[in-house]
Design a protein around this ligand. Structure first.
Ligand code: GLN
Length: 284
């Protein structure tokens, strides 16, 4: 296979995951349309915000996301967004004296919302890429994303023959963008790639035989393979591409960037961030 080089952000901090950490409160509300919001954060808060940032709605931190990407964001049984990104955003909001509002929408829409100033931050396991850096700004990285290939058990698909197969991806993701690129650029060409609305739908297409493989980030991949145990799916050995996840903000929003990045780094330093990750990801 042709590997695509992940874009490494100069300022990205590789996480050395240390320590424990207390829980954080999560909250948020769900909505199915970009403009709607729900709310809340019940935790007691820490430091008052210092910078001069403003947010879309006074007193609130709007996070646009696509709650279809476990364990970073998904809906609980009651339809509320939960997950690592949601809890980290709630903890950031808490540090800034704001109440988190989660706006759940499609992945592309979540990226557009922050670019257009309809949300303050976008968190959706978003990979930092050169193309995206031209349209939005990113905080320091908070996780490494590894894309993998899901196939049916016993299939003849390998990392090396993907270019001869039909591949399912989630529309708008780097999996789609890289895989549909030309072979010269390490992709397989548009004719070999189908972009579905969500990763879950792409996996259903694999189960039903519309595609031969699905390229998607590793943690959602594990979750989808488990959720479809009866269908006999498996993840190929190896890494298709490795990337950095970061929080996206509107281009040029330097005050809010400083506040959000500062809060993120405090959460990393005091163990809160790792505590949230440990709630959702158990060690291998
Ligand atoms: N990390 C991938 C990207 O940024 C996928 C993210 C997602 O599907 N939520 O494109």
């Amino acid at each position: 296979m042709k590997k695509i080089l992940a874009f490494a952000m100069a300022s990205a901090m590789v996480l050395s995951l240390a320590a424990c950490g207390g829980g954080t409160s999560t909250s948020s509300s769900k909505s199915s349309a970009p403009a709607t919001s729900g709310t809340q954060d019940s935790s007691s808060s820490s430091a008052a915000p210092s910078g001069s940032f403003t947010t879309v709605e006074a007193g609130k931190l709007h996070m646009s996301t696509n709650a279809e990407f476990p364990p970073y964001e998904m809906l609980d049984d009651a339809g509320n967004p939960i997950g690592i990104d949601v809890e980290v955003a709630a903890a950031i909001a808490n540090k800034l004296g704001l109440e988190l509002v989660v706006d759940d929408m499609g992945f592309d829409a979540a990226l557009l919302a922050v670019q257009n100033g309809q949300s303050d931050i976008a968190m959706a396991g978003i990979t930092v890429s050169e193309d995206r850096l031209a349209k939005m700004d990113f905080t320091d990285s908070y996780a490494t994303g590894v894309q993998v290939v899901i196939v049916k058990e016993g299939s003849d698909v390998t990392m090396d023959n993907l270019g001869e197969k039909m591949i399912g991806t989630q529309m708008g993701t780097t999996g789609y963008i890289y895989a549909s690129d030309t072979p010269d650029n390490g992709g397989y060409g548009e004719d070999h790639v189908i972009g579905y609305e969500t990763g879950a739908v792409a996996v259903q297409a694999l189960v039903s035989g519309q595609v031969d493989a699905v390229i998607i980030d590793n943690l959602p991949a594990q979750s989808y393979v488990e959720a479809n145990a009866a269908a006999g799916l498996t993840i190929l050995e190896g890494t298709w591409v490795e990337e950095d996840y970061a929080i996206a903000l509107q281009k040029g929003n330097t005050e809010l960037m400083a506040a959000v990045n500062g809060a993120l780094n405090e959460l990393k330093a005091d163990g809160t961030f790792q505590g949230i990750v440990d709630k959702y990801i158990t060690a291998d």
